[in-house]
Design a protein around this ligand. Structure first.
Ligand code: BG6
Length: 477
């Protein structure tokens, strides 16, 4: 279904994110017929460039990152026709009047801030003072949304001077991923899971986002953030919220975000010994984190594993373990829900310990597995074995069910005016309020991350964290 015709201005249009994700994603929506022919995309950045040069840059970006669709030259040409460019000084006066000249009356108007947060305030202010934005316009802001609670509050306050909360779309691209949304469908669209979804039946939950890439090429940004700020505070926190929240009364923006916020506010402070930080070492032909970051003494973590507790009626007593890192053995994201053992085994001690495990795989091969205990076939008596009910979404739904990428889906939601999959200001602040003390305690203790070899599952201490609780991580392989 096409969205309403729109004017979308992308600040930072020549940058990495725009080239890799935003523009190829919009091209994808264009080919799919969701971006109407009247829609216009206006690139804006500091670089001196003509619209023609910008189209060439986007053409190259689509060839490089646009997948198979990029081979349809006629479609690329039609898409490029919808593009123009204006050189704009985000902190000065130049270019703003000209940029206004690109905008048309009567169309949805959205401004994508694909720039560092230090420019958010300047751009927001100029959108208003030069009369580019009105009370129906929307702004889209990228992470990192702040560096800590104080800076996030400041950013929220600055944006609030110029825009209402209903106009601000804070992107966490994990919320645009198909399987992440599927978490809500699985939990609230089935009768099977929700009655068991609490500490009475669930022993613990693991959330793992493992990556094989290092930080090479973006070490400058990353070294000031680390895995805690780059992944846990936002992406893993969002996954946690969707897994742990109460059922919202309806699938609408504030109903969903109210429930997510309650989860974050119910988090206990994390104890120091429940957190493990790691940093990858050099491997065969591979640089160490410190080399990638360009700082031989860097103490920034490229891996975090932690145990947290949600202090509420549903979850008290069920620990949740988060784990994420770079340069690990595989690229794999999954949520593992480990149910408790049955209260009593009628098959006697020889039958062993068994429990149901639900694995929701987010990437790369999206799907779900549920381990069910059955009888081991054969005459050997009542011996039990766990076998997976395994569902790959691609196999179950067919290749036609190929979902759009996270960014393009979220941008279409901006045009539709649907904020459900965007973070509200109070949510971001609550997440920082929980994260800050963990980071502060590392600083206060001069904590040095534990080294781990590239291609591993992180430092051994992450396994110890589990073993102390008589549990273990589901192996990443
Ligand atoms: C980004 C982080 O937000 O998410 C990156 O800044 C990380 O460090 C990326 O690699 C992971 O996203 P995805 O979609 O590849 O899982």
């Amino acid at each position: 279904i096409p969205v309403d015709p729109f004017d979308l201005v992308i600040f930072g249009a020549t940058g990495d994110l725009a080239r890799r994700k935003i523009l190829p994603g919009l091209f994808d929506r264009f080919c799919d017929g969701q971006m109407p022919p009247e829609a216009r995309i206006i690139g804006a950045a500091r670089s001196d460039m003509t619209s023609e040069e910008f189209r060439t840059l986007v053409d190259e970006a689509i060839s490089e990152f646009g997948g198979a669709l990029a081979e349809d030259r006629a479609a690329v040409a039609r898409f490029l026709d919808a593009l123009s460019y204006e050189t704009v000084d985000a902190v000065g006066e130049d270019g703003w009047e000209a940029l206004r000249g690109h905008l048309r009356e009567g169309f949805v108007r959205a401004f994508y801030f694909s720039v560092g947060p230090s420019l958010f305030g300047d751009i927001a202010e100029r959108l208003r003072s030069f009369g580019l934005a009105d009370e129906n316009s929307r702004i889209v802001v990228e992470k990192p949304f702040g560096h800590d609670l104080a800076s996030a509050k400041k950013l929220n306050a600055t944006l609030a001077q110029h825009f209402d909360e209903t106009q601000i779309y804070r992107i966490d691209h994990y919320l645009g991923k198909e399987t992440v949304q599927n978490l809500m469908a699985v939990r609230f669209g089935n009768m099977l899971f929700e009655p068991l979804w609490n500490s009475q039946f669930i022993d613990h939950i693991q959330i793992t986002v493992a990556e094989t890439v290092g930080v090479g090429g973006r070490g400058g940004y990353y070294d000031k953030s680390g895995a805690m700020r780059d992944m846990i505070q936002n992406h893993l926190m969002q996954l946690l919220c969707l897994i742990a929240m109460e059922p919202p009364a309806k699938f609408d923006p504030d109903a969903v975000r109210d429930e997510k916020l309650k989860v974050i506010r119910a988090l206990d402070p994390v104890q120091h010994h429940h957190v493990v930080r790691g940093q990858y070492e050099a491997g065969e032909g591979e640089q160490s984190y410190r080399e990638d970051a360009g700082d031989p003494r860097s103490r920034t973590e490229s891996f975090v594993a932690l145990r947290l507790n949600i202090s509420n009626w549903r979850w008290a007593g069920t620990p949740i373990y988060l784990r994420t890192g770079k340069k690990l053995a595989v690229r794999e994201s999954e949520i593992v829900v480990v149910f408790k053992e049955t209260p009593h085994s009628i098959f006697g001690p020889d039958a062993g310990n068994h429990r149901n495990v639900l694995v929701i795989r987010l990437q790369p091969d999206e799907g779900m597995t549920l381990d069910v205990t059955i009888k081991e076939p054969g005459p050997g008596g009542m011996r039990l074995v766990d076998v997976p009910l395994d569902m790959s979404f691609a196999e179950a739904l067919g290749p036609g069910a190929q979902a759009p990428g996270a960014y393009e889906r979220l941008i279409m939601d901006v045009i539709r005016g649907n904020q459900t999959l965007f973070m509200r200001g109070d949510e971001v602040e609550a997440a920082w309020a929980w994260t800050d003390p963990i980071i502060e305690s590392w600083v206060a203790r001069h904590d040095v991350p534990k080294p781990y070899p590239p291609g591993s599952s992180g430092p051994g201490d992450a396994d110890l964290l589990m073993r102390r609780d008589k549990r273990e991580w589901r192996e990443i392989k």
